[in-house]
Design a binder for this molecule. Structure first.
Ligand SMILES: C[S@@+](CC[C@H](N)C(=O)[O-])C[C@H]1O[C@@H](n2cnc3c(N)ncnc32)[C@H](O)[C@@H]1O
Length: 216
């Protein structure tokens, strides 16, 4: 999902696999591997050294985007973290609210919170991928092209225009439908159901079923 460009930062790089892969596969812009912890950053440096690519990548010990040089990147990748943390990192880096930057985000939890943050902070979700490796991973690409309207259901599933062509779209929507049906049943069986939550569940379910109906 990355495009060749001026530069890319991988926030929370851990072993540095992504910058290393890009350096080995034709990416020509600047590459930064950053992590808040010394140990993962050292292991990223070791991996780059073993591949003789240590000089090709800039290594930053940084909380989120704090140490990122804004003029040297156009793509920000934040993968493998919870949705709340991803939003906190973006909140602290107001400079990324700019047409120059593309965000590629892979939240491990609360993808709906990340989508909500994006579409209410001037971003359009330009591409979304679903990848299954045991867990179903959602990858969101967003550009600062203006707020994008999303339904309640799309906050959870991804924008219909983005996911409809994904091989996993049908099974992903089914998984979400089962999850929200279970939640609705749980709420209704409680002595005093929380009305607001029940109506959100119903609105999400309606949207998910509509999307599923359009797919088949
Ligand atoms: C589960 S790993 C994800 C690694 C890789 N990005 C991936 O997707 O496979 C999460 C990494 O994020 C780092 N991390 C956690 N909070 C961070 C923050 N506020 N800023 C930068 N890195 C952070 C951790 O040290 C860890 O190396």
């Amino acid at each position: 999902m990355t495009e060749n460009g001026r530069g890319l930062i991988d926030v929370g790089t851990d072993h540095g696999f992504l910058p290393l892969f890009l350096a080995q596969n034709g990416y020509t812009g600047r590459l930064y591997a950053s992590d808040i912890n010394r140990m993962p950053l050292d292991s990223a440096i070791r991996a780059a050294r073993e591949a003789s690519l240590e000089e090709r990548i800039g290594f930053l010990l940084s909380d989120g985007l704090d140490a990122c040089p804004p003029d040297e990147v156009d793509t920000i990748v934040i993968a493998g973290m919870g949705g709340d943390l991803i939003c906190r990192i973006l909140d602290r880096a107001e400079w990324c609210l700019d047409k120059r930057y593309t965000l590629i985000l892979q939240p491990m939890t609360k993808a709906e919170v990340v989508r909500y943050w994006l579409v209410n902070n001037g971003f359009t979700l330009t591409e979304e991928k679903l990848v299954r490796e045991g867990f179903l991973y959602q990858i969101i690409k967003a550009k600062y092209l203006g707020n994008m309207p999303l339904t309640d259901a799309e906050l959870f599933s991804g924008a219909y225009k983005n996911i409809r062509a994904e091989t996993l779209a049908g099974e992903w929507l089914d998984e979400l439908i089962v999850r929200f049906e279970r939640e609705e049943r749980g709420l209704l069986s409680a002595g005093k159901p929380e009305e607001g939550r029940v109506s959100i569940c119903r609105s999400v379910l309606r949207g998910l079923r509509q999307m599923k109906g359009k797919l088949v």
